[in-house]
Every structure is written in structure tokens, then in C-alpha cells.
Write a protein that binds this ligand. Structure first.
Ligand SMILES: Cc1cc2nc3c(=O)[nH]c(=O)nc-3n(C[C@H](O)[C@H](O)[C@H](O)COP(=O)(O)OP(=O)(O)OC[C@H]3O[C@@H](n4cnc5c(N)ncnc54)[C@H](O)[C@@H]3O)c2cc1C
Length: 309
């Protein structure tokens, strides 16, 4: 799957192939900001919140980095104009961190300042959610978060349960009443710094969730978000929330658009806040093929796509 995601030839072929449109539609909210905003509006009507994500990561071409910055800002402005919550997700490596940290931080600040300005103009609770990338970027992304916070940007942070360091990284963000989206982690290259195996990662996920849902976190105004499709963890998280006096909406769940839609609906119907991570843009193949790799059932969809059915 990684080879398929990284192959420029396969990427060009799939992204230019009409038959592949079904795969794109399943996981991606359209090719541009207007299409993504329309999908976000439909999801809002269906009772879901969204986080818009312009596709393209680990970008080393300065022209593409600049385009990524423009698209993030365009997404925020379109959501504000449509009077929807301005929630935008971002990879540091789309903003220049794969080339030069200082230039990446400058572009991230420009996007963050636009969100801050939209908030001052009355936009609904803007959030710039920083995704977390491979282990080489963790410190640098946490530094970026502090830099944005100091500039008054409404910034939130994704943390990964597979890393042993995450418990320590979480503490200051809880103490300052910040916002964290907890995920298991999509990378497997951290060696001794990582928990090994699904059981150990799940156990750490729950231990971190317990900290995020502790009464002290609530008292600090901390905002916990659980980015998972794990039907075994979700009930345990909901129990923790209830026991500690959190109401739905004071914490939330976030899932990927197109992944386990029945679970998304069930959680929404149970009264929980469910946000969908909604990617858009033309560089959809590497993202979609990773989603395929996460579940054997998705292979059927890929096979149908490749066969043009
Ligand atoms: C909103 C959001 C943001 C994320 N941001 C980041 C980030 O910034 N950095 C990072 O490293 N990772 C990120 N991830 C990915 C995350 O780390 C996991 O790799 C991914 O979510 C799968 O983990 P899981 O918690 O769903 O548990 P798993 O144990 O992988 O899956 C739980 C259940 O869901 C099913 N499932 C999972 N994925 C799929 C799929 N694609 N299709 C069908 N069924 C599926 C599994 O089969 C299993 O039954 C994010 C995930 C989400 C939901």
C-alpha cells in the first residue's frame, strides 16, 4: 500500500482516471474548496461537524507549499462565509516543514492569523488543528503549536497514543485548557519510543483518554477529542466521560469521512458530537489508498475501481 501510495506513475494514473472517481468520492469531499464546503454543508444538515483538510503532505516544492497555504486560507474563508464552524486541519509538512522549519512556521502563522481575524469578525469558533506526523516532526510540531498559541491563534493539537512520550506532551496542554485530538498514530517507525502491538497501543489510548477526561481537565476548560473508529474503545471513553461529569459536546469524537459510516451515525444518534475529517483537493490517491489499506473490506472497492466497475 505504501508503495502504491508513493508511486508517481500509479498516482498520476489513478488521479486522472474516471473509473477511480468512486474511490475518491468515498473518502474525499471533492476537488476544490467549493465542492468540499458543499459536502460539509450536507454533513452539517445530517448532524455532523467537519474539519476540512486540503490534501498533500510531505511537500518539498515551494510553489506547492504556497498553494497549500492558499487553499487552507480559502477553506477557512469559505466556511466562515457559509456560516459554518471554521475548523481546518493542517500538516506541518504541507506548509514547508519538509524544506525549512522557519518558512513553515511563517506560513502556519499566516493561516493562523487569518483564522484569528475571522474569529474577531464573528466566525464560529475557528480552530486550526495541527495533525501529528512521523517521529522526526513531533518536537517541531509541538514548538509550532506554542508559537501559534503565543500569537493568539486558536490552535489545537493531534497527539498519538502509539508514542510513549505522549503522556508527558499531553500534561501542559491540559493544564492550559487547550484542545487535543487523540489518535492511535499512523506511523510505525519510532522503535523503542513507541508501544508495540495493538493491545499496548489501545491500553495507552485508554490511559490517555482517562487523563483527558479527568475532572481536573474539565475544571481547566480542556477540550478532549477522540479521533478513532474503534468500536471497543468508544464505549469505554463514553463511560469515562459520564462518570466524570462530562456532557456530550464538551468532548467529542472525530472520524475520517467515508470510514465506518454506520458507526458514525450510531454515535451521532446516541447524542454524541461527531466531527468528520473531510479531505479535499486533487492529490487524493495517496490518502485514499492508505484508507484502503486499513481495512480488508476496502480492497473490494479498490478492485472494482481498478477494473473500472
Ligand atoms: C480524525 C482523525 C485524524 C487523524 N489524524 C492523524 C494524525 O494527525 N496523525 C496520525 O499519525 N494519525 C492520524 N489519524 C489516523 C490514526 O492514527 C489511525 O491510524 C486511524 O484512525 C486508525 O485507527 P483507529 O483508532 O480507527 O483504530 P483501528 O484499531 O485501526 O481500527 C478500529 C476499527 O476501525 C476499522 N477501521 C479503521 N480504519 C478503517 C478504514 N479506513 N476503513 C474501514 N474500517 C476501518 C478497523 O478495521 C477496526 O475494526 C487520524 C485519524 C482520525 C480519525
Amino acid at each position: 500500500m505504501i508503495a502504491l501510495a508513493r508511486s508517481p506513475r500509479v498516482t498520476r494514473w489513478m488521479q486522472g482516471n474516471r473509473a477511480a472517481a468512486a474511490l475518491a468520492r468515498r473518502f474525499v469531499g471533492g476537488g476544490d474548496v467549493a465542492a468540499a464546503t458543499a459536502v460539509a454543508r450536507e454533513l452539517e444538515r445530517a448532524g455532523f461537524k467537519t474539519s476540512l483538510y486540503y490534501l498533500g503532505e510531505y511537500v518539498e516544492d515551494p510553489a506547492l507549499v504556497a498553494e497549500n497555504g492558499r487553499q487552507k486560507i480559502a477553506a477557512a474563508e469559505a466556511l466562515a462565509a457559509a456560516r459554518m464552524q471554521v475548523h481546518v486541519s493542517c500538516d506541518a509538512t504541507q506548509l514547508g516543514y519538509a524544506i525549512d522549519d522557519a518558512a513553515g512556521a511563517t506560513l502556519a502563522l499566516r493561516i493562523g492569523e487569518r483564522l484569528r481575524a475571522l474569529a474577531e469578525a464573528g466566525a464560529q469558533q475557528p480552530v486550526l488543528m495541527l495533525n501529528m506526523e512521523d517521529a522526526a516532526y513531533v518536537d517541531r510540531i509541538l514548538v509550532l503549536r506554542r508559537h501559534l498559541l503565543a500569537a493568539g491563534v486558536p490552535v489545537a493539537q493531534t497527539l498519538q497514543a502509539y508514542l510513549k512520550r505522549t503522556a508527558a506532551d499531553l500534561v501542559p496542554i491540559i493544564d492550559e485548557g487547550g484542545m487535543v485530538r487523540l489518535v492511535k498514530g499512523a506511523f510505525a517507525d519510532a522503535g523503542a519510543h513507541a508501544f508495540q502491538g495493538a493491545a499496548a497501543i489501545d491500553a495507552n489510548y485508554l490511559a490517555l483518554a482517562a487523563r483527558m477526561l479527568a475532572p481536573e481537565a474539565k475544571a481547566r476548560g480542556f477540550r478532549p477529542v477522540f479521533g478513532t473508529h474503534d468500536h471497543r474503545l468508544i464505549p469505554q471513553i463514553r463511560d469515562l466521560a459520564r462518570v466524570n461529569g462530562w456532557k456530550p459536546g464538551e468532548y467529542g469524537f472525530e472520524m475520517l469521512y467515508g470510514v465506518r459510516p454506520l458507526l458514525q451515525q450510531a454515535l451521532r444518534d446516541a447524542g454524541e458530537e461527531v466531527r468528520l475529517y473531510l479531505p479535499f483537493g486533487r492529490a487524493w490517491w495517496p490518502y485514499a489508498v492508505r484508507r484502503v489499506g486499513e481495512s480488508p473490506r476496502n480492497f473490494l472497492l479498490l478492485a472494482r475501481t481498478v477494473l473500472g466497475g
